[in-house]
Unconditional design. Structure first.
Ligand code: M6R
Length: 365
């Protein structure tokens, strides 16, 4: 089945428009203009003072994007942590607050243990899982399924974007419930989300350009990924994907942190992936890119048409996506990052679907 694609990772990357369409259909109401969550979710965000999100790896990074959305659209403070930390912290819980757990497999040991930890402290348990029969799904009060289909490649790709779509729908539903989102604002967000599969298809057409860049990146030992706002967790995800499948050392940073340390690394042998849609933080991210240019680093700008028209000269490479609503950007910008990791791995001859030392599902602590 993967024959046409050579690897599951590529197959799963290219399945994303369809997988996302399925996941959105699961969470959006029929006319396509409202979010319709499963029975049992009504009221879960209404009288609460905070929300926790817990997960591991890529699922945790999806949660980090989710935090921006819950705070922006629902005015709900979010406490987010990695499962292997969360379960050992002395978290001051307030009974009845919602706790969201995100997992592709639904079997990750630390995430499961965190779920039980939160449940024992009176939290309402919601899980975003891709395997509906998993232990996590069975242990949750409310299950929000991602309908990505089986993910075989060890690197999470389509599960990640379907987790993002589900978190976006939940944040919108929370905003409606808490009265922080007008009907018009909700309809605009939902329209944006509904167009995401199409924008993803356009993003996938950039593969030949991404492949060329990946070959250039593969010549270096390290890479840095930077972004602001929801592009910051994406920078972390781009770095995770690259190191996981190509074994190139990569780090993700909030662009504003560059000056606080990592800039010391920049020289002519350092590719820096700058994730910057033409949004409110674009100019600030561009001044960080200028700092890289001034030190002869090699910025690879991933932006949209709006950003491309405003970006300064001196870039090493540029990838241009269509301009899209802010809520879609993390879902669509994830695709060139996945393709970059995939093609860098191919260039270096690593085992893309089964990287060394990694398991698809981490069922031990
Ligand atoms: O099955 P889960 O989503 O709970 O797995 C969590 C992480 O192990 C997983 O996302 C891991 O980081 C991936 N290999 C990343 O590509």
């Amino acid at each position: 089945e993967k024959a046409e694609h050579k690897h599951y990772m590529r197959k799963e990357i290219f399945e994303q428009p369809e997988a996302l369409g399925r996941t959105l259909a699961q969470h959006l109401g029929q006319p396509g203009l409202t979010v319709a969550l499963p029975a049992g979710t009504a009221g879960v965000f209404r009288d609460v003072d905070r929300l926790s999100i817990t997960a591991c790896g890529t699922a945790y990074l999806a949660g980090l994007v989710g935090r921006y959305w819950f705070e922006r659209y629902a005015g709900l403070p979010v406490d987010i942590d990695i499962a292997s930390e969360f379960r050992y912290r002395d978290v001051p819980f307030r009974a009845g607050n919602p706790a969201i757990f995100v997992s592709q497999s639904g079997e990750t040991a630390d995430t499961l243990a965190s779920l039980e930890f939160a449940r024992a402290r009176g939290q309402r348990i919601l899980s975003i899982v891709n395997v509906p029969t998993s232990t996590m799904a069975r242990a949750s009060e409310i299950v929000l399924p991602t309908v990505a289909g089986p993910e075989i490649g060890v690197a999470s790709t389509k599960a990640f974007t379907c987790q993002l779509a589900t978190l976006a729908c939940l944040a919108i539903a929370a905003g409606r419930e808490r009265g922080t989102l007008s009907a018009e604002a909700e309809a605009a967000l939902v329209r944006g989300l509904a167009n995401t599969p199409r924008a993803m298809t356009t993003a996938l057409e950039l593969e030949p350009a991404v492949r060329k860049i990946a070959h250039r990146v593969a010549a270096f030992r390290s890479a840095l990924f930077i972004g602001r706002g929801t592009s910051y967790p994406l920078a972390l995800e781009g770095a995770l994907k690259l190191k996981e499948v190509s074994y190139i050392h990569a780090e993700g940073y909030a662009a504003g942190e560059l000056k606080h340390g990592p800039i010391a690394l920049i020289d002519k042998d350092f590719p820096v992936v700058v994730i910057a849609p033409g949004d409110a933080s674009f100019e600030k991210t561009m001044s960080n890119m200028q700092e890289v240019i001034a030190r002869e680093g090699r910025p690879i700008l991933i932006t949209d048409q709006k950003g491309a028209s405003l970006a300064p000269q001196g870039r090493w490479e540029t990838l241009v996506l269509p301009t899209m609503p802010a809520i879609c950007a993390p879902l669509v910008f994830a695709l060139p990052l996945q393709l970059l990791a995939y093609h860098a791995a191919l260039a270096l001859g690593t085992d893309v679907d089964q990287p060394r030392n990694l398991a698809k599902s981490v069922t031990v602590e």
